[in-house]
Unconditional design. Structure first.
Length: 97
């Protein structure tokens, strides 16, 4: 069953750290079956509190999404995201035909 990693950027606190994250994070996709679907496009918030942006990546399974998130390559990048912004990040199972 497919899975989606959803990252909601609530507030940027250190742009330099986010720039470093932005340069490292794409490299962490290498070797993982990930399909980027949404990358901080224009927002139209209909309900709930405002936020800065959203990213959604599709993976073939929850285990594949977890393997990417916990990979050494992504963990090297994510420490910069933790320094640079406040996020909510989660994995949600998809609905497959």
């Amino acid at each position: 069953m497919s899975a989606y990693v959803v990252m909601i950027r609530e507030q940027t606190t250190d742009q330099a750290a986010m720039d470093t994250y932005a340069s490292l994070a794409p490299l962490a996709r290498e070797g993982h079956a990930v399909t980027p679907l949404v990358k901080y496009g224009a927002l139209n918030i209909l309900e709930g509190p405002s936020f800065e942006g959203c990213l959604i990546h599709c993976f073939p399974t929850v285990k594949a999404a977890e393997a990417w998130y916990h990979s050494p390559q992504y963990q090297q990048a994510v420490k910069h995201r933790h320094q640079g912004a406040q996020y909510r990040v989660f994995i949600v199972e998809g609905i497959d035909g």
